[in-house]
Design a protein around this ligand. Structure first.
Ligand code: APR
Length: 314
């Protein structure tokens, strides 16, 4: 583990929480924080560095003040972006964040050409597609973080229903990281016990709908989006890469024939290890899930088309 270096681009709420979580767990040797506003990266890097005195390992935490500082990283996490403001349409937001992701991906390509990239910026599935297009790298080296967070939100809802099995729940959420996400209770279990055997059909439906609402619920209370659970979901994925854990984590992957699709990035169960996505696991869907998955793919493709039609990929 010594010497493993992780950069986080975008030192906002999610990026800083991911850095803090990595520093707490001692996952890597060095963390670099980069932001378009260098003071933000510098200030948060100092704060997190000062927390490591009480961590299991003395993780080095530094700010990268210019793109050239992002050299030779093993993993680079992209959380840069702007939130949607009132006057913006969804297409405006899409174009702005795609521009930001394109810019920072250019830095990664130049200064950390051997990295695995973990994309977190929203809309997640489309931004992950942008990273693929900009790098042209092998598809295994680019992963989108969406399902890991949605699954932890589903696990939380399950615990609220059952009152037991916290941290023992293996939940699965696939599809897009947005309104068509597909919580998959049929293959979710608590300590190995199928969910369907411990909650009623009605409760299961409620878990699904509350999982889909997970992000919005936090915005309702905080007036800003979540960051602790996203930060922890990022760090667990980084751990799986750096320790070559080969964990099964629902992740946004570029499909190449799996599930009957190509040239689209969407959430599916993946094996995450040293090479990034080591394997895309193909589940056998029933007709209903097939239709839901098709809808997810359609929604992602519609957004990719907005970028393409605007000449973004030229
Ligand atoms: N280069 C580097 N950093 C940038 C750039 C850029 N071109 N543009 C914006 N940033 C930085 C901002 O300065 C800010 O510090 O990205 C950071 C984003 O942080 P927040 O606004 O706090 O947003 P956050 O809640 O962290 O979400 C970040 O992750 O989950 C997704 O939807 C979320 O797309 C959003 C991203």
């Amino acid at each position: 583990m010594v010497g493993r270096k992780v950069a986080i681009i975008g030192a906002g709420a999610v990026g800083a929480s991911a850095a803090f979580s990595l520093a707490l767990t001692g996952t890597c040797h060095e963390i670099l924080l980069y932001d378009i506003v260098p003071e933000v990266a510098i200030g948060k890097a100092i704060d997190i560095a000062q927390s490591t005195n009480y961590s299991p390992r003395g993780t080095v935490v530094k700010a990268a003040v210019k793109p050239e500082d992002l050299t030779d990283c093993d993993v680079v996490v992209i959380t840069a972006g702007v939130p949607r403001r009132k006057e913006m349409t969804r297409a405006d937001l899409l174009n702005i964040n795609a521009g930001i992701v394109k810019e920072v991906t250019g830095y990664i390509k130049e200064y950390s050409p051997d990295a695995v990239i973990l994309c977190v910026s929203n809309p997640l599935d489309v931004m992950t597609y942008v990273v693929h297009q900009v790098t042209g790298w092998d598809r295994n080296r680019i992963i989108g973080m969406g399902g890991a967070l949605d699954s932890s939100r589903m696990a939380y809802q399950i615990y609220k229903k059952t009152g037991f099995g916290a941290a023992q729940t293996r939940a699965m959420v696939i599809g897009d990281h947005g309104e068509n996400m597909i919580p998959y209770p049929e293959i979710t279990n608590v300590g190995g016990v199928p969910l369907s055997q411990i909650v009623s059909k009605e409760d299961m439906d409620d878990i699904v709908s509350k999982t889909k609402d997970g992000g919005a619920e936090i915005v309702k209370y905080l007036k800003t989006s979540a960051f602790y659970a996203p930060g922890r979901a990022i760090s667990t994925m980084v751990e799986s890469i750096l320790s070559d854990e080969e964990k099964v984590i629902p992740s946004c992957a570029m499909l190449d024939g799996e599930y009957g699709y190509t040239d689209v990035t969407v959430g599916v169960p993946c094996v995450i290890g040293a090479n990034g996505i080591e394997k895309v696991i193909e589940l056998e869907f029933d007709e209903e899930t097939k239709a839901k998955f098709a809808k997810s793919v359609e929604a992602i493709r519609a957004n990719i088309a907005i970028l393409r039609d605007g000449g973004f990929f030229n």
